[in-house]
Design a protein. Structure first.
Lengths: 370, 310
């Protein structure tokens, strides 16, 4: 491979791209629109009552049930009873992305009726200050009401019900956090796939491949320059999406060098796959159809907009055969969960797939007819 | 003169159909060779085989001593090609396109100089999608010259162009010949071939049906020169009787075949001597266009007859 050939073709692609308003829109503006749109939709979805997971150790005594009922009546929280031991409750909340929890200790009713101070344990997510404030405020208000009621009955004003605050066991990941790697994956998939499928068929139809076949540039050099271009574009798009996610919605994602391999192998895979799909198609119309058949399942089932873990088991199994799943999962592992070993496995899967698809594309994509 | 292109027994089949059926010809280095034929005759297939873009079924082909299919990479460094309806990257300017080819071929050609040669320097910085059809073809020609080729393959380079643009392309083709390059030109325009080509081959139904210089082909396959006189049937009878000339009435005019150079003067003298009324005369001879139409027509008629009789 000659670097001068790759460089010359790279300049042609870059010029073509920068002179195409549609391409610029999809690279620079569309990512911000996507992040803003989905971020706003799911921010709005979270503006109702905060779900409060509750462990009632007082075996559903009338007073504890009355307390929970009063909490529900505030409409600020929505009580949801769970059967988890108090020792594991914090971890349970973290693992399931619940941002608030409450433990009512055993003997709550007895202590309350005997005017013995009793402490509730409230769990909140410090990164979700709004929900934490709502939950603490609601519990404090209901506890005060119960305390006043007890004071009137017993003639003493000493507070009976108090609470201690704790953080949930592990960070709670909001939708926007998952959305950033998901939408970067979306861009890694769609931009090269749609464009390469179109190029592969239209260049063949217009005789541009034939024209290039009469020059010393090789198919591998040509495809490599396209891959490098989409890697560059992916870096820009990913930067915009991360910036928009953090700037508009205060997303907490870790920016590490571990993200970079996915921004390289992702375009490597999908540029090659787009070229392969376009090469096997006989007409631009069938190329577009093949491109859509490949792209759409990946677009929705790889964890782009919805977490794969929230899908039915059958779809989860299907997601595991989609290459984009490994790109998005890898970025989630790096940006959210700090799970390097799993991310390495993901990048390895995509890399091996990329090499195979690249070699297949080079083999099947012909400059000229036999 | 050495042959730049040698073709012997070339066959290209698509299934049972022979698009090219055992043709043989050679092109002298430094000459302009024109390959003529109606649509579907096999000229583009032949041209693409010579360019190394299509694999032949049978036969021997040598272009600059190389096999175009197996030695295409080496050949492409020495030839330039403009396909029919040249297309390129839409958003790229002619100057950038030549710079791109210059890097690919590793040459040091000056883009503006090359664009000046094809009369496109004023559009050096205009994007391809804003160029007219003629300007696009000129860019194709400029790109074909980026690697200083020994042979230029021009596949219908003037199809669809206005007369001015066609003449500009013709001027470039003449300059290529003056520079000693071989030009392989396929065209629909017989006038173009007659004006530019040293040698012509007419292909039809995959076979070469006539070959030689335009003058040789006309002489061999054309009708003799004729004098047409605005006159009466009596004049035709007089000329036949007194000169033994082949004089017939055609479309209300007297048509006399000219066998020799001096026949025209003899006929005019006889007309004057006849005392019969006449107004004007013209002399006509076949063009390559007439020969082409006649040959293709004869072959089609023969094919139709043989199909009809089978």
């Amino acid at each position: 491979m000659k670097l001068s050939h790759i460089g010359a073709d790279f300049r042609i692609v870059a010029r073509t791209y920068f002179r195409n308003p549609v391409a610029l829109f999809f690279s620079l503006i569309f990512p911000i629109i996507l992040i803003a749109m989905f971020g706003l939709i799911f921010s709005a979805a979270g503006s109702g009552a905060v779900t409060l997971e509750v462990v009632n150790e007082d075996h559903h005594s009338p007073v504890s049930q009355e307390f929970l009922s009063a909490l529900n009546n505030t409409t600020l929280v929505s009580v949801q009873l769970v059967s988890v031991s108090p020792q594991n409750f914090s971890a349970f909340l973290g693992q399931n992305d619940y941002s608030a929890g409450l433990v009512i200790p055993a003997g709550f009713e007895t202590d309350y009726l005997s005017h013995t101070p009793v402490n509730l344990t409230v769990y909140t997510d410090p990164e979700d200050a709004a929900s934490a404030g709502t939950v603490v405020g609601a519990i404090e208000g209901v506890a005060n009401g119960f305390n006043l009621h007890a004071a009137c009955n017993g003639g003493t004003c000493a507070p009976i019900i108090g609470f201690t605050s704790q953080n949930v066991g592990s960070p709670v990941y909001k939708y926007i956090y998952y959305l950033i790697p998901g939408l970067i994956g979306f861009a890694i998939l769609t931009s090269p796939m749609f464009s390469m499928v179109d190029i592969a068929s239209s260049y063949r139809k217009d005789g541009i491949f034939r024209q290039l076949s009469l020059t010393p540039i090789t198919r591998a050099e040509w495809l490599t320059s396209r891959i490098l271009w989409y890697v560059a574009i992916t870096f820009v798009t990913a930067g915009i999406m991360i910036g928009a996610g953090i700037g508009l919605f205060g997303a907490h994602v870790t920016l590490t060098l571990g993200v970079l391999p996915f921004l390289v192998v992702g375009p490597f895979f999908f540029v090659s796959l787009g070229m392969l799909a376009g090469s096997v198609a006989k007409t631009p119309e069938s190329a577009a159809l093949i491109g859509n058949i490949i792209t759409f399942p990946m677009m929705f089932l790889s964890g782009t907009f919805f977490q794969v873990s929230s899908m039915p088991p059958g779809l989860q199994a299907f997601a595991h055969i989609l290459p984009l799943y490994y790109v998005i999962d890898g970025m989630n592992q790096v940006m959210l969960f700090h799970n390097t070993s799993r991310a390495l496995l993901d990048v390895l899967v995509v890399l091996i797939g990329s090499v195979v698809v690249f070699l297949l594309a080079i083999r099947l994509f012909k400059w000229r007819d036999e | 003169m050495a042959a730049a292109i040698e073709v012997d027994g070339l066959v290209k089949r698509y299934g049972p159909l022979a698009a090219v059926d055992g043709i043989r010809f050679s092109v002298a280095a430094g000459s302009v060779f024109s390959f003529l034929g109606p649509n579907g005759a096999g000229k583009t297939t032949t041209t693409e085989i010579l360019e190394g873009l299509r694999k032949r079924t049978e036969g021997e082909v040598r272009v600059l001593g190389l096999d175009p299919w197996t030695e295409g990479e080496a050949l492409h460094r020495r030839i330039g090609v403009i396909p029919q309806d040249f297309r390129f990257f839409e958003k790229i300017t002619p100057k950038e396109a030549i710079e791109y080819y210059r890097v690919l071929f590793g040459t040091s050609v000056d883009p503006i100089e090359l664009l000046r040669k094809v009369e496109l320097a004023d559009k050096a910085n205009s994007r391809f999608d804003t160029l007219s059809g003629g300007q696009k073809q000129k860019l194709g020609l400029a790109l074909a010259l980026t690697n200083d080729p020994e042979i230029c393959f021009l596949d219908e380079p003037t199809t669809g162009l206005d007369p001015h643009a066609r003449r500009a392309i013709w001027a470039v083709i003449r300059s290529l010949k003056q520079e000693g390059r071989t030009v392989f030109l396929t065209t629909h325009y017989l006038e173009e071939a007659e004006l530019l080509a040293d040698h012509v081959a007419i292909i039809h139904r995959g076979k070469i049906i006539a070959a030689g210089s335009p003058a040789e082909i006309i002489q061999q396959h054309g009708l003799p020169a004729r004098m047409t006189v605005e006159g009466s049937p009596a004049l035709a009878a007089y000329l036949q009787m007194n000169l033994g000339a082949s004089a017939v009435m055609e479309d209300g005019k007297v048509s006399v075949t000219l066998k020799e150079k001096g026949d025209a003067l003899k006929i005019l003298t006889a007309i004057e001597a006849s005392g019969l009324p006449w107004t004007s005369f013209t002399t006509t001879h076949d063009t390559l266009d007439d020969v082409f139409v006649r040959l293709v027509g004869q072959m089609d008629e023969g094919a139709l007859k043989s199909e009809g009789s089978s």
